[in-house]
Each structure stands twice: as C-alpha cells, then as structure tokens.
Design a binder for this molecule. Structure first.
Ligand code: UDP
Ligand code: MG
Length: 204
C-alpha cells in the first residue's frame, strides 16, 4: 500500500519532468539545420537559445536588448539568468514535454545557472555534439551572412570572437558531459542530409 503510493509518487515526478536534449557545436556547425529536421521527423520542440535572445533583443523597450546585442556582436555569453528564464518560459508556454535546446549551455555560468534553476525539473537525455572544422564553420557563416542572414555576428570579426568563446568556454562544457557519458559526437562537416542520416539513428 505504502510502496505503491511511493511508486506512484515517483512516477508522477518523472512524468512531470521536461525531457531535454542539448545540441552543441561551433558557430555554423549546423545545429539549427539539424534541429529542424529532428522536429519534422520526431516531433520535438526546438528552442534555440540564440533565437530566443534575438527575439528578446527585438522587443521594443526590452530591458536587456542592448546588453544582448553587445554580447552577440562580441561573441560573448549573455548572463545565464536571462537565457535560462527565456528557455524556461518557452518550455512552459509550449505545453509540450520533449525539447531540443540548441546552443546552450555554452559556459560554466550557463551550466551552473541551468542546474540551479532547472536541474530538478529536467531529465537530460543526452548531448548532441556537432563537431566541425573551424574553416568549414567559418565559410558556412560567411556564406550565410552574404546570403542575407541579417545576423550582426556573421562577419569575420565577430566570428573570430565566437570561435574563441567556443574553444575556451563551450568545449569544457562538452567535455564535462562527455565525462558523464552523455555526449553523442557527430561529424558535422558533411552535407545536411548525410549528417541527418547519422542523427536519425540516435532518435529512432
Ligand atoms: N548566446 C548566448 N547564450 C546562449 C546562446 C547564445 O549568449 O545560450 C549569444 C552568444 O553571443 C552567441 C550568439 O548568441 O554568440 C549567437 O548564438 P547562436 O546559437 O544563435 O549562434 P551560433 O551557434 O550559430 O554561433
Ligand atoms: Mg543557431
């Protein structure tokens, strides 16, 4: 009697948790492209931390607009309180349970803030890591800029800074999850369809 009640309690706690896959990789590694394909085939909700920040920046009178723009142009990381609140709000508003969180957590501050705010509310399934050589990523971002991405950071000056941040701040986070056996590393230097052929094996 007591045991079945305890089990039911444990089950409802599990069922209430958000399922999360973190999607990480350098600028231009193809995180957004692959997430769109995963959504189409497997029905996750895709939340790009960068897109949420750009959306917040664009709100007229946003308290954080200028701060966000400065970080984006300089390739540095917005304080976690802002990013994590945007993510949590989007998760709640979606009314769904399974999320791809793209481009987060990117540094130690992100990781700690997330664990504090969301650790108990989330079941982290794994980390999808798109590994791509710097030259390939740079070219993709420059092409994206030239094709009219409209992004204030798809230029060579911002890209250098984004790569510095990626190597110095984000790789340690990927290594941290690697140590927990949570990372699935993908070769992201091929075309979108070739990469997705590997990605979909993970979700099937
Ligand atoms: N950014 C941030 N925190 C995040 C995600 C993004 O501060 O959790 C900022 C950061 O300045 C980053 C920019 O937003 O360089 C663009 O991020 P996005 O993920 O859109 O770009 P990409 O991964 O393609 O470089
Ligand atoms: Mg992106």
């Amino acid at each position: 009697m007591l045991i079945s009640r305890l089990l039911r309690g444990a089950y409802s706690v599990m069922a209430d948790k958000f399922n999360v896959v973190f999607v990480l990789g350098g600028p231009g590694a193809g995180k957004g492209t692959q997430c769109a394909k995963i959504v189409e085939k497997f029905g996750f909700v895709h939340l790009s931390a960068g897109d949420l920040l750009r959306e917040e920046r664009a709100k007229p009178g946003s308290e954080y607009g200028e701060l966000i723009e400065n970080h984006i142009k300089n390739g540095t990381i917005v304080p976690v309180e802002i990013t994590c609140s945007l993510l949590e709000r989007a998760m709640k508003e979606s009314g769904k349970n399974d999320f791809l969180i793209d481009g987060f957590p990117r540094n130690q501050n992100n990781l700690e803030g997330w664990n504090n705010q969301m650790g108990n509310k989330v079941n982290l399934k794994f980390v999808l890591f798109f590994n791509c050589p710097l030259e390939v990523c740079t070219q993709r971002c420059l092409d994206r800029g030239a094709a009219g991405s409209g992004r204030s950071d798809d230029n060579i000056e911002s890209l250098k800074k984004r790569f510095d941040t990626y190597m110095n701040a984000t790789m340690p986070i990927i290594n941290h999850y690697e140590g927990q056996g949570l990372v699935h590393k993908m070769d992201a230097s091929q075309g979108p369809d070739e990469i997705f052929a590997e990605v979909e094996k993970l979700f099937s």
